[in-house]
Structure formats: C-alpha cells, structure tokens
Design a protein around this ligand. Structure first.
Ligand SMILES: Nc1ncnc2c1ncn2[C@@H]1O[C@H](COP(=O)(O)OP(=O)(O)OP(=O)(O)O)[C@@H](O)[C@H]1O
Length: 465
C-alpha cells in the first residue's frame, strides 16, 4: 500500500486534535504495555502530526526513539488505528526539531536552546581543586589518568566515567579539576558541574514551575555533564527517570558524562536496573583509600601551598610522618588536621612540633586510633576468605592462606597505630620485614587487582562500622 492511501490526515495546526488523539492512544498503550514500560518509554513521546499515513512522534533522545521503534511500533500503530488515525508507519523526530502545533503546516525553526550555564554558576568551583594540586599515588592513579584524558578533550572511548570510593578520597577534587582544565583549554566548552542533590532540586523546581522544557534544554545543551554523589538519586523515582533521559540524550549526542558516588553502580541499592546498567556502560574506576606514601605526599603538597601564603610557617622534622601514619581515615580529615595545626601554630607564633601536634589534635588522633584491634582484623579477614584463624596466622605458605594473611597485615598496618614489630608478634612471631613485604604486596595489587581492592573495601567498611 502506498503511503497515504486510505489514511486520514490530522492536521497539526489543530493542536487540540493531535493532543486529543494522542491522549486516546496513550490511554490504550498504558493498558497494553504496563505502567512501568509506559512511564519509561511512551510517556516521554509526543505526537506531532499524522499525515498521509505517517505518524510523527517527537522523542527526547535518539536512543529512546530507536528503542520504541524496535519494541513498541506495532502497539502504537494499532492504538492509532483504534483511535481513528490509521497509519502505516511511525517517524521519530528529536524534540525541538518539530514544533508540534505546526509541524504539518510549515516547518518551524527550532527554538534556540538556552546556553548551559558556565560550570561555576551551576555550582561554585573551588579554585584549589586543580590537577596541579592533586597528588597521585597507587590508590588513585587510574582515576587520575581517566580524568586527565577527559580534560584534554580528545575522544576518550568511555562514557560515562564513573568514579567511586569512600568519603574524602579526592573524587570531587578530580571532577572539579576536569572542569577547571576544560575551561582553561577551551573556554567555549559548556561544562555543567553540580551535585545530584542540585539536579533533583532543579528538576523539582522545573516541574513545579512548569518549566520542564527549559530544564531539559539546559541539560541537553551541555558538552560535559558532571554529577557528584549520584547515589543521592537512588530511591527518588522521578529524579532517576529524568536523569536517565538526560543521560541517554547526552550519550546519544556524543557528549561526555562524569559521575561520582560513594559506591559502585551495582552497590547502589534502589537504583533501577536500566539506570545501573547505563552507569556501568563506560569506565568504572574505584578510588581506593590512600596509603601512607600518598597521605604524606598530600601533606607535603598542602604544606608547600601554606608556605607560599605564609613563609614563616615552621614544621619540625617528623611531624608530617607522624600525621600520615596516625590520621588514616581519609584525606579530608588529614587535611583538616594540618589546617588546624597551622592555624594554632600561627596564632601562638610557634614552630609546629610533635608535642604541639599531640596536644592540638588529641580528638582527631583518638578517633583515628581506631578501636579496631589486630585480633578483630584477623577474625574478619579469616571469615571473609573462609579460612580458619589458625591458618591465617600460622606458618603455611599456601597461596589460599598467604594472600589473606597479607590482606590482614595490610589492614593491621593501615587501620591501627601498631608498629611493624608489634604486628609481626601478633602474626605468629613474624619478623617486621615480613610484615612490610606483605603490606607492600597488597599496595601493589591494589592498583592492578580489582578483586583485592573490592575485598579491602568491604573489609574496611565492616571493620569501621
Ligand atoms: N590526591 C589528592 N591530592 C591532594 N589533595 C587531595 C587528594 N585527594 C583528596 N584531596 C583533598 O582531600 C579533600 C577531600 O577530597 P574530596 O572532597 O575530593 O573527596 P571525595 O572523595 O569527593 O569525598 P566525598 O565523597 O565525601 O565527597 C579535598 O580537600 C581534596 O583537595
């Protein structure tokens, strides 16, 4: 049958006619495809016109259009016929390209998309969070390399970049560093950086003020979208839904997305499966807890910055090592401890000594001097790897015992303030060099073996809780 033969034409200059028709079609489809599919796939569609047997639907993203064409075409055609507008095919047009009320009469130029706001208007960027001030170590080198690659602006081959890890480990720092670098290299690039909470607030405000089109256009006009702490949208169904569509629209256009969270996509409960799978479709990188060397490097870098502002700052030998060894929880706490110490020293005009550090940071040190004991670590590790405690501590060198033993040594070194000889005594009287070797081995593996990284993450959480 030739297009148009036997078909009516609903002129879209009568918007009411199209809307009423689409209302009937939607009602039929809601019943046929089920509420979930309807909400995800049909609700975002709009009928622009039915002309000579061709129904034109506007879609927010090409991805959504092709999915609907594959999965719901027949259902839509049937519902159109039942509603009095038999059609032989569907055409999907991006929203904004077809003005629904006049599509059939005359093509209307799309309204210019509102410019995405510069990043700092969406959420103020902290001028200190730049790549130059980011210290790279084993625990964050992959995340750093991926962030750098995106900031350089060349095609990266992964989208989104999903950074996850515990609190205060530098995820926000890396994300903001990307935004700073892009602004410096290519000021034209439209970078939108905001927290997931802000995304939700904007979405809810747009809904309330009936400004969803503006909201969509702002988000769809960016070149790079960065959303911090994306776990926040879990369980918030409408926000999740909108984020899903925004995500698809941008990926369809080849725009880059960067996300951070405190957990990996699969660990974020109350996230719809399709959202989880989208979040995993790019590069997922874990930022691991900082080891001693990284903690020391961060302190040295902060001291260099503080000295640039106050050349009279004096710090006695051993203070930074002491802090790096004792304040292990996260880099934010470590940074806060140093800031406090510097402020105190500058007030009293004194050099920062070990004694001053002990006096001034008693609470931080006590909190960091976790109640976690080596015995507790050993018990948890043995349970985690399903081996007997005696085998974890004992002399057997089988790999199935040796690796968990090294994990337990690493945790004992990083989560307690025990010395290496002390730890050695609690691991069946081993020498401190053996403990050092075990700790180094795990630090090496952390950068290459994601299973070990996951195991450590889980164990740390369990021990800290
Ligand atoms: N590798 C690093 N080099 C220098 N500073 C760092 C590094 N990692 C973290 N920091 C500093 O530690 C502080 C906490 O980092 P950031 O806010 O980026 O952590 P986060 O992982 O985003 O934590 P949260 O999940 O709590 O938001 C910041 O001041 C940041 O500059």
């Amino acid at each position: 049958m030739a297009d148009g033969a036997g078909f009516g034409t609903i002129h879209a200059d009568s918007a009411e006619g199209v809307d009423a028709l689409w209302g009937r079609v939607r009602a039929t489809l809601r019943e046929r495809v089920g509420a979930g599919s309807f909400q995800s796939w049909i609700a975002p569609l709009r009928l622009a016109s039915v002309e000579e047997g061709v129904a034109t639907l506007t879609v927010p993203t090409a991805f959504l259009g092709s999915y609907v064409a594959r999965n719901f075409q027949d259902a839509i055609l049937a519902a159109l016929a039942e509603a009095g507008a038999p059609s032989s095919r569907l055409v999907f047009a991006p929203q904004g390209r077809v003005a629904p009320q006049a599509a059939a009469a005359a093509p209307v130029a799309p309204a210019p998309a509102p410019q995405a706001e510069p990043a700092e208007e969406a959420m103020r960027l902290d001028p200190r969070l730049v790549f130059d001030r980011f210290v790279v170590g084993k625990s964050n080198e992959l995340a750093y390399a991926a962030a750098r690659r995106i900031a350089e602006g060349n095609a990266v081959g992964f989208n989104p970049l999903f950074l996850h890890g515990g609190v205060g480990l530098g995820k926000t720092h890396l994300m903001q560093a990307i935004a700073h670098e892009m602004r410096a290299r290519r000021p034209q690039t439209r970078v939108l950086y905001l927290s997931a909470e802000q995304f939700m607030i904007r979405f809810v405000t747009a809904l309330r003020d009936r400004k969803m089109m503006d909201f969509k256009q702002v988000f769809r006009a960016v070149d790079v979208l960065m959303v911090d702490d994306i776990q926040f949208i879990a369980g918030k169904d409408s926000t999740q839904e909108e984020f899903f569509h925004t995500f698809n629209a941008l990926v369809d256009q080849g725009k880059q997305i960067v996300l951070t969270a405190d957990r990996s996509p699969v660990e974020i409960a109350a996230l719809e499966e399709r959202v989880t799978s989208r979040l995993q479709s790019g590069l997922v990188v874990q930022v691991n807890p900082a080891d001693y060397e990284l903690r020391l490097g961060v302190l040295q870098s902060k001291v260099a910055a503080a000295r640039a502002a106050d050349p009279s700052l004096r710090i006695a030998d051993g203070v930074l090592d002491f802090l790096a060894a004792r304040v292990t929880s996260n880099l934010r706490v470590l940074e806060g401890a140093l800031t406090r110490l510097c402020a105190q020293a500058s007030l009293v005009g004194r050099e920062i000594t070990l004694d001053l550090a002990r006096d001034c940071l008693g609470d931080v040190l006590r909190a960091s001097d976790r109640k976690v004991s080596i015995e507790e670590i050993q018990r948890r590790v043995a349970e985690h790897y399903h081996i007997r405690l005696a085998d974890l501590i004992g002399p057997k060198r089988l790999r199935s015992f040796a690796r968990p033993r090294q994990v337990a040594m690493y945790l004992s070194k990083t989560m307690t303030s025990r010395s290496l000889p002390d730890i050695g005594r609690r691991f069946g009287g081993r020498d401190h060099t053996t403990i050092m070797h075990g700790v180094r081995k795990i630090e090496e593996l952390l950068g290459t073996d994601s299973q070990i990284a996951d195991d450590l993450d889980l164990l740390k959480r369990a021990l800290e809780s």
